[in-house]
Write a protein that binds this ligand. Structure first.
Ligand code: AMP
Length: 249
């Protein structure tokens, strides 16, 4: 069973991004970039399926600039077998990525595609759902547990009221939630091994996909600054302030 894992290169989660002065977006020049954390969880899950003898091959794929190769090497170091870079300098929006992944699903015929539930840069939470629709595959989003047996995947999902378990026929699309697993640390020997694993590069045109943006960003602004807090001497003053100053009681 082949598992395809899309991984996105995003601004590292520890970085506080700055809005560009012209409000056209955030400034990512010289900023540390890493694999999207939910995608690390997706790679870990796929590798665990391989270690359990359920999956036979784990393929990592990233769509983006040349440097996304580094993200793919990280996926290979976690344990993916090979990688595909869909190289493009365009601003790749979720629909374009979903179409690219759809073309790869046609080509590679994976039984399972495991994506992150969302990319922490655009917070779209759309690509997995769009891919499932385009490729006409069943989907289970926000997975906190995945088991595969007898041509089906059982996926426990985190929903508002608690947990829901779905049974999907394969091939299927799954997106990961935070509690699915804890990704392993990448060791130096595995980083070295990853350098020798195959990494193929294709262009969107090779997959017959038009990736031109469909959405236009009008304006990006910083959130308003929080004012300084005040200390109150006792509960009575607090209640009084909440009632008469903040007017929230
Ligand atoms: P989003 O819909 O942008 O929040 O992204 C959801 C998931 O789609 C991510 O966690 C990745 O697994 C996948 N994804 C999004 N963009 C890319 C990309 N450029 N390359 C590879 N995977 C992507």
């Amino acid at each position: 069973m082949k598992v395809l894992v899309p991984v996105k290169r995003v601004v590292d989660y520890n970085i506080k991004v700055r809005v560009k002065s012209d409000g056209s977006g955030v400034d990512i020049t010289n900023v540390k970039m890493s694999m999207n954390p939910f995608d690390e969880i997706a790679v870990e899950e796929a590798v665990r399926l391989k270690e359990a003898g359920v999956a036979t091959e784990v393929i990592a794929v990233s769509a983006g600039v040349t440097q996304a190769q580094e993200t793919l090497r990280t996926a290979l170091a976690i344990g993916a077998d090979r990688a595909i870079l869909i190289e493009s300098d365009e601003d790749l929006q979720p629909l374009a990525v979903a179409k690219l992944l759809g073309a790869l699903v046609d080509k590679e015929q994976p039984q399972l595609v495991i994506l992150g539930k969302q990319a922490i840069d655009d917070d779209s939470n759309q690509t997995g759902q769009m891919l499932a629709a385009l490729a006409k595959l069943p989907q289970a989003t926000f997975a906190s547990k995945v088991t595969v047996a007898d041509g089906r995947a059982q996926v426990t999902r985190e929903v508002d009221g608690g947990l829901e378990t779905l049974s999907l026929s394969l091939p299927a699309v799954v997106t990961t939630d935070l509690r699915l697993n804890e990704p392993r640390y990448v060791t130096l020997p595995n980083i070295m091994k990853a350098k020798k694993k195959p990494l193929e590069t294709v262009k969107p045109a090779d997959l017959g996909v038009d990736v031109s943006p469909r959405l236009k960003t009008l304006k990006v602004v910083e959130p308003p600054k929080r004012g300084a807090g005040v200390k109150v001497p006792d509960v009575a003053t607090l209640v009084d302030k909440l009632k008469n100053e903040a007017k929230v009681l």
